[in-house]
Design a protein around this ligand. Structure first.
Ligand SMILES: [Zn+2]
Length: 99
């Protein structure tokens, strides 16, 4: 291999490195985005606690609406005279007692 050929190969390799670096950078960005999306999903994950659905928010969600339409409807709490809390759904008008 002559010197001129060698220089060509080297410049090819350099170009490839530049392309790979760009690809690597965009993959890193993509991974970062996916990881943050996963974190959000974890926060939005509903757990069935007692008789209602909860995520990280204070107010629970209506299980009837979520099971039926996958809608997250915040329940309204109304205290009773028996030291328990009732939650009522503004959409389907169901009520749930806090466990
Ligand atoms: Zn409801």
């Amino acid at each position: 291999m002559g010197n001129a050929e060698l220089l060509l190969v080297i410049s090819d390799v350099k170009l490839m490195l530049v392309e790979l670096k760009a690809e690597y950078a965009s993959l890193k960005d993509e991974i970062r985005e996916l990881i943050s999306e996963l974190g959000e999903q974890e926060n939005n994950f509903l757990r069935y606690i007692g008789s209602v659905y909860r995520d990280t928010e204070k107010m629970p969600y209506c299980p009837a609406c979520f099971d039926k339409d996958k809608k997250r409807v915040h329940l309204k709490s109304s205290p009773t005279d028996r030291n328990t809390t009732y939650f009522t759904c503004p959409v389907c008008k169901e009520w749930f007692e806090e466990a």
